[in-house]
Design a protein around this ligand. Structure first.
Ligand SMILES: [Zn+2]
Length: 151
């Protein structure tokens, strides 16, 4: 982004509300995940009965329906499954971020997640590339996990 780029807010005379990014609203069963990201830890809900890891976390195991579970800290490593470079026609709150990368990432622990790739030249993006988690403290209350090239 060049310094002389005009923000979409100024360009169209939008309000702060118009350009406010949506934030996750934790549920009772996802709260531990969001508490983890605030501490820059990637936590996953693991079934105590069968070992299945559900992400996003559910009230019960989606494999065996058990409610007993533990929260484990994931390695923060994954592999890029697919991606798109958003460069036009996104909602106003994301306009000034363009071009940005929306990606599907296969975590080493099994779950497939949707997130952003950051700190990466767009030319370097390649399906199958190794990624590591980074934490973006977007507000004092909310930290979002994002991904960058590993190593
Ligand atoms: Zn289970």
């Amino acid at each position: 982004m060049s310094d002389d780029k005009v923000s979409i807010k100024d360009l169209l005379g939008l309000s702060d509300e118009d350009v406010a990014k949506p934030l996750p609203i934790p549920t009772d069963w996802s709260q531990p995940f969001w508490e983890g990201t605030k501490q820059h830890k990637l936590l996953m809900k693991k079934c105590a009965n069968c070992g299945n890891i559900d992400h996003p976390p559910y009230l019960f195991c989606t494999d065996c329906m058990a409610e007993e579970h533990e929260w484990i800290e994931a390695s923060g490593k994954g592999t890029l499954y697919s991606y798109a470079i958003n460069s036009f026609g996104v909602p106003f709150p994301f306009w000034d971020d363009m071009p940005y990368v929306l990606a599907i990432i296969d975590l080493d622990e099994g779950p497939r997640v949707i997130s952003n790739i950051v700190e990466c030249d767009l030319e370097r993006l390649e399906n199958g590339m190794r990624l590591q988690v980074v934490f973006d403290d977007v507000t004092p209350e909310v930290t979002l996990p994002k991904w960058k090239p590993a190593g």
